[in-house]
Design a protein around this ligand. Structure first.
Ligand code: MN
Length: 278
């Protein structure tokens, strides 16, 4: 029995199946963790969603920004953007089952000393605090207020955390950390506008995982979302494991073995001609 963590799929279903063949994945005994963003931008989001859902208890996936975007389009009057490739899911006969399953995925998964999120854990939050804040958003996603949440989900503000934040500002901040954060400023505020690879950002910004005295610096954290990290040089990854290696834009899809302590990676080259996705 093996457990592998796999980076963002974004509808690249064929590549996912090829990678699973490469690691000799057995659906009756092996487990998969997914860093979220199962859907959007790639060609086969519907197949990806159906497949991961079919793995039932053998798969764990956390929510990414594209997964939440799908739910927002499905449950509000928001329209898809030109780059979105979500129509197959929205028109599927099993749409309600798939969306309901997706809305019940967590924002963080913690298993002993390894945690997984889509984008980040705020540098001032412990794993325990992150779990507690994630539960606040998950309760809304799974409850009767979910439509109002989606209507208020988008936006980069507030930039700074306070335990006193309330309402949709609080929920938006928590959501932005788990699903969108790359860079923090000197006050540990969220610099969500900046999506470049590390090294190309303004001097006052740092990747969230390189902020001094990060509360979680001794915890192992698996994350996705930041596909251009693979292009960056001289980055220090202290106990953090970025797994979005740019499958969508011609990079790689990565699986990392996590049950045996090896953290050994298997990669599949995905030579599609496309711009780096951010
Ligand atoms: Mn993402």
């Amino acid at each position: 029995m093996a457990t592998y963590a796999i980076g963002d799929i974004q509808g690249c279903y064929d590549e996912l199946r090829q990678l699973l063949d490469k690691i000799n994945f057995k659906s009756d005994c092996d487990n998969l963790w997914f860093t979220g963003d199962l859907v959007n931008r790639g060609p086969k989001s519907l197949e990806t969603l159906r497949f991961v859902k079919s793995l039932a208890d053998n798969a764990i996936t956390v929510l990414g920004n594209h997964d939440l975007h799908l739910l927002a389009i499905a449950f509000t009057t928001n329209k898809s953007s030109k780059k979105d490739t979500l129509d197959e899911i929205l028109n599927a006969v099993d749409r309600e089952e798939l969306l309901n399953w997706l809305a019940h995925r967590p924002l963080i998964h913690v298993d002993n000393d390894i945690s997984m999120v889509h984008a980040a854990i705020h540098p001032d939050w412990s794993i325990q605090k992150a779990e507690s804040l994630a539960e606040e958003v998950e309760a809304i996603l799974q409850g009767e207020q979910h439509i109002n949440y989606y209507k208020n989900m988008y936006g980069d503000e507030p930039a700074c955390w306070s335990d006193e934040l309330r309402g949709y500002e609080r929920l938006r901040y928590i959501t932005n950390v788990f699903t969108r954060l790359r860079f923090c400023d000197q006050n540990h505020g969220l610099a969500l506008r900046h999506k470049c690879k590390p090294g190309a950002q303004p001097d006052n910004l740092l990747p969230w995982f390189n902020v001094d005295n990060r509360t979680t610096e001794n915890d192992s954290i698996i994350f996705g979302h930041w596909s251009t990290l693979v292009l960056a040089k001289d980055i220090e990854y202290k106990n953090v494991y970025p797994l979005d290696t740019g499958c969508l834009w011609g990079g790689y899809l990565t699986a990392m073995r996590i049950d045996d302590g090896s953290f050994a990676k298997t990669t599949l080259h995905c030579p599609q001609a496309s711009k780096p996705h951010i």
